[in-house]
Design a binder for this molecule. Sequence first.
Ligand SMILES: [Fe+2]
Length: 211
Amino acid sequence: MVPCLDAVTVVHNAFRRDLSEIDQAVYEVARHGGDLSPLVVRLQYFGDILDRHEKGEEHAVFPELDRVAPLLAPLFVDDHREMAEGLGEVVGAADELDAARATSVLHTHVRTHLAKEDTYLYPVLRDRIDLGEQATIVGQLWGRSFPPDEVLPQYMNWLFGLVNQDDQATITTVWKQLMTEEIFGVCTPLIRDAVTTSDWSELSRRIPGLT
Ligand SMILES: [Fe+2]
């Protein structure tokens, strides 16, 4: 059985990779010229996924953190608020230079925040909460953060396009553990469409019963 909290790290990896690419691309536009608007659209999508994820953490994860390690959660909530403000500054930037500066600040902030969560927050939960309760927390987190059906294909393309085969296998395995057969059956073809042929072969090899 894969610990369900591992799925959270996978999503964090996708955030890191996406924002790193966006930051680099915005810098290139500021430096050499080009059209910023597709990058703003991409960043808005990133912001939408990040917002869902943060609300899920605040609903499902931070109350449990308060229970087993009081006083830490407010620090992470402050980060969430500041990252939302940072996203607003990029989207509302007056020109390419301002956008590049704001994106770089946001990138640093998000990276630092995710590192703190991966280094302190989630290890504390792994240490102090049993695997069954961890699964409940992650189930509630996904319940809050999973996109609605009509935009699920876009989400699968986003997530599976940004992470490596190990992460793809981890998150698919956790979903298989947590989801009903019916919901997992909805996700499976979307995952297959989102990954390359060789990624799908590898996923099928690693996860018995994946069809
Ligand atoms: Fe967070």
